[in-house]
Design a protein around this ligand. Structure first.
Ligand SMILES: Nc1ncnc2c1ncn2[C@@H]1O[C@H](COP(=O)(O)OP(=O)(O)OP(=O)(O)O)[C@@H](O)[C@H]1O
Ligand SMILES: [Mg+2]
Length: 221
């Protein structure tokens, strides 16, 4: 499955989402690779600060050739998560044309919501080549109990995409995790932030039913 994290708007939480979603999936035992397609190399820098093992492999592919490269990786890994750069339409479009799912992080600020319409145009272009592309919005940096948070959620519902039930709140641990080159799950798997990313991972990749546990043993006659 190819999951692309995209939004033309800078600083909305693409890299934070890509790294921590990859970390949550890896912690659940899934086979994940993270692709950094941002020429700034933020995800790569994040991993380079790690003193211990980073939970997922990270590769750098900052070129508009992701439509060829991501499907190749998807043959080897169960989940390919691609972080994309802000503003660089050609790179993001090349990822969207081969994605199964695009997650669009949005901050609860009117400026971010207004510029969020840029991604609609880009998705529409990608859909010409990838009509099955599913796009979902993720509210990031929500501040608990604020009117802005609630109103932003209403504003997100105006977009022509589904809104994920999971919301990522504004929390210092998410910024601190970067300083240690760790995912938030590594810093503290029981923290509210880590639980939000687990919840996000489960919303996207539900846990398979444990058929074995409920299956009746075959009788021998
Ligand atoms: N939920 C959050 N709580 C606290 N800090 C956050 C949260 N989400 C993102 N940040 C911080 O906001 C900044 C921007 O986040 P991030 O780099 O993930 O955004 P981006 O969309 O990848 O940016 P760019 O467009 O430049 O690639 C970072 O310093 C990050 O630590
Ligand atoms: Mg980034």
């Amino acid at each position: 499955m190819i999951i692309v994290i995209a939004n033309q708007k800078g600083g909305c939480g693409k890299t934070t989402t890509a790294v921590n979603l990859a970390g949550a999936l890896a912690a659940r035992g899934k086979d994940v690779i993270l692709v950094d397609s941002d020429p700034q190399g933020s995800a790569l820098k994040w991993r380079s600060l790690s003193e211990s093992d980073f939970p997922v492999p990270v590769v750098s592919l900052p070129k508009p050739v992701l439509d060829q490269e991501l499907p190749q990786l998807a043959r080897k890994y169960e989940y390919v998560i691609a972080d994309t750069p802000p503003g660089m339409e050609d790179i993001t479009r090349s990822a969207l044309v081969c994605a199964d799912l695009a997650i669009v992080p949005m901050q609860p600020s009117p400026l971010d919501l207004w510029s969020g319409t840029d991604i609609i145009g880009l998705v529409r272009k990608a859909e010409i080549l990838n009509p099955d592309l599913k796009v979902v919005l993720l509210l990031n940096r929500k501040i608990q109990g604020t009117r802005l948070g609630r109103e932003s959620l209403d504003a997100l519902k105006e977009f022509p995409f589904d809104v994920l039930k999971t919301e990522i709140h504004q929390r210092v641990i998410l910024a601190e995790a970067i300083l240690h080159g760790q995912t938030v799950t590594q810093v503290d798997p029981d923290s509210p932030s880590a639980l939000e990313f687990f919840s996000l991972s489960l919303e996207i990749v539900p846990e398979e039913q444990a058929h074995e546990a409920t299956a009746q043993p075959e009788r021998s006659h």
